[in-house]
Design a protein around this ligand. Structure first.
Ligand SMILES: [Zn+2]
Length: 236
């Protein structure tokens, strides 16, 4: 990590995406923080035009600053879509200054917007990791989660209603079935009792028959001696 004089209001430190530049003192809105510097590249020169790295900062169509040198501490400043600083580009002076656009408190990470071209080329493909984009993503995720939960709750309620309906239908069917069974049982029982009573009547008749005395043993059919006597006396 580069050694930075204590008089400077910043230090290089760990950030979410690697290293970053952090305020060590309050930095007032509008004040210059640091210069972004490096060799000047002339796009008209083939060897300059061939240089390619992430720290190239275009001044105008012709001139570009190659900020990849170690001494350029400003290269540690990360991009933000909602920054607290800006790059003040002065093409005529061939100078770039990073300036606070908000009051920056000690401990805050300093950042500026790298611009659309850089964003499209380097950040969009991997997803911007700045606080604003992270917050946006987190919000979106939370909303998606909430939406999923809503949909699931709706589905659960629907399923519960369906299950209840099914259960009610089953109970109804069961009740109907039971009623049918009971009716059947009643009918069966009735049929049984009818056949039983006719059978018992038959057996009753049979019993009565068997109780009747045999014809030969009947006293009535034998002429009583008294009667015989009177009829004999009548004859005499
Ligand atoms: Zn962003």
């Amino acid at each position: 990590m580069p050694v930075i004089p204590k008089t400077k209001p910043y230090r290089v430190g760990r950030s979410k995406t690697g290293l970053g530049l952090f305020a060590t003192q309050p930095i007032k809105k509008g004040t210059k923080i640091i210069r972004y510097f490096g060799p000047l590249l002339d796009s008209k020169k083939a060897e300059d035009d061939a240089i390619e790295n992430k720290y190239l900062f275009e001044l105008d169509k012709r001139w570009t600053i190659d900020g990849s040198i170690r001494e350029n501490v400003a290269r540690y400043i990360n991009h933000s879509c909602k920054p607290n600083a800006e790059s003040d580009v002065k093409p005529r002076k061939k100078k770039i200054v990073i300036r606070a656009i908000k009051n920056i408190a000690p401990g805050d990470e300093i950042n500026y917007d790298y611009g659309t071209d850089y964003f499209k080329a380097y950040l969009k493909p991997i997803g911007c990791k700045c606080d604003a984009c992270e917050k946006k993503r987190a919000k979106k995720k939370a909303e998606e989660r909430a939406e999923r939960a809503r949909v699931k709750a709706k589905e659960n309620a629907k399923d519960a209603r369906k299950a209840e309906k099914k259960a009610n239908k089953k109970t109804d069917e069961l009740a109907k079935e039971t009623a049918k069974d009971k009716a059947k049982q009643r009918a069966k029982a009735k049929a049984k009792s009818t056949s039983k009573s006719s059978a018992s009547a038959k057996s009753d008749r049979a019993a009565a028959k068997s109780r009747r005395p045999a014809a030969g043993k009947r006293v009535k059919t034998k002429s009583s001696p008294a009667k015989t006597l009177t009829s004999r006396a009548k004859a005499a």
